[in-house]
Design a binder for this molecule. Structure first.
Ligand SMILES: CC(C)(COP(=O)(O)OP(=O)(O)OC[C@H]1O[C@@H](n2cnc3c(N)ncnc32)[C@H](O)[C@@H]1OP(=O)(O)O)[C@@H](O)C(=O)NCCC(=O)NCCS
Length: 174
């Protein structure tokens, strides 16, 4: 897995390196980027250890923009241990969103997983309020398999009450 590398027209998808922390910090210290993520905004210091964690993990991949040799996003791809089911996740630098990079990298990773990793079913979860996320999943050709109502919460309203999130389930079969 350490020599894992997928090339697309504009991108390289590879394992993280510890030296990616600076590019990673542009992503993880941005409150608007992590708003729908299951974690809070990172400090720059925490990004250094996260880059190290990612470099040792088989579940996180750096998306590198070839032209700039810059990590512009991360993909999460986790074997759910369930008959070839993998979960896809994605987080991109705000300055590089809207250029089709999330789509290009996700398609390449899913194709690789179907062909080389024994993937049979790829699932993804998106907050119904996270339109960019579920639009991406639809652009990837994934099917909506349902909605888990009031599934979880991350933020609270001004009265301290949970803002419950409806979670959409998407999947694509091989
Ligand atoms: C979710 C997220 C990855 C989507 O990123 P994105 O930039 O919208 O996705 P893409 O880069 O694939 O861009 C697709 C859009 O770019 C446009 N685009 C521009 N150039 C393009 C190109 N060359 N090829 C394809 N699409 C292109 C598309 O038209 C599309 O816009 P549309 O959906 O309005 O039609 C991004 O918003 C993000 O990182 N959010 C924060 C983290 C997050 O919420 N993650 C999900 C938690 S569940």
């Amino acid at each position: 897995m350490s020599d894992f590398c997928i090339n697309t027209e504009r991108l390289t998808i590879r394992k993280f390196k510890t030296t990616d922390w600076e590019d990673l910090s542009e992503i993880l210290t941005d409150e608007s980027v992590v708003y729908f993520e299951p974690y809070d905004v990172f400090t720059v210091e925490a990004c250094k250890s996260e880059a190290e964690n990612f470099s040792k993990s088989d579940n996180f991949f750096a998306v590198v923009l070839k032209d700039e040799d810059k990590v512009i996003g991360k993909l999460y791809f986790n074997d759910e241990g369930n008959y070839g089911t993998y979960e896809l996740g994605y987080t991109f630098n705000r300055s590089y969103q809207g250029h089709g990079y999330a789509k290009e990298s996700s398609i390449a990773l899913m194709k690789y997983a179907f062909e080389n990793m024994g993937a049979r079913r790829i699932v993804a979860y998106a907050d119904a309020a996270n339109e960019r996320s579920w639009k991406l999943l639809e652009a990837l050709g994934m099917s909506n398999e349902g909605k888990m109502k009031n599934y979880t919460f991350k933020h609270k309203d001004e009265n301290g009450e949970p803002i419950w999130q409806d979670m959409l389930i998407y999947a694509l079969l091989k």
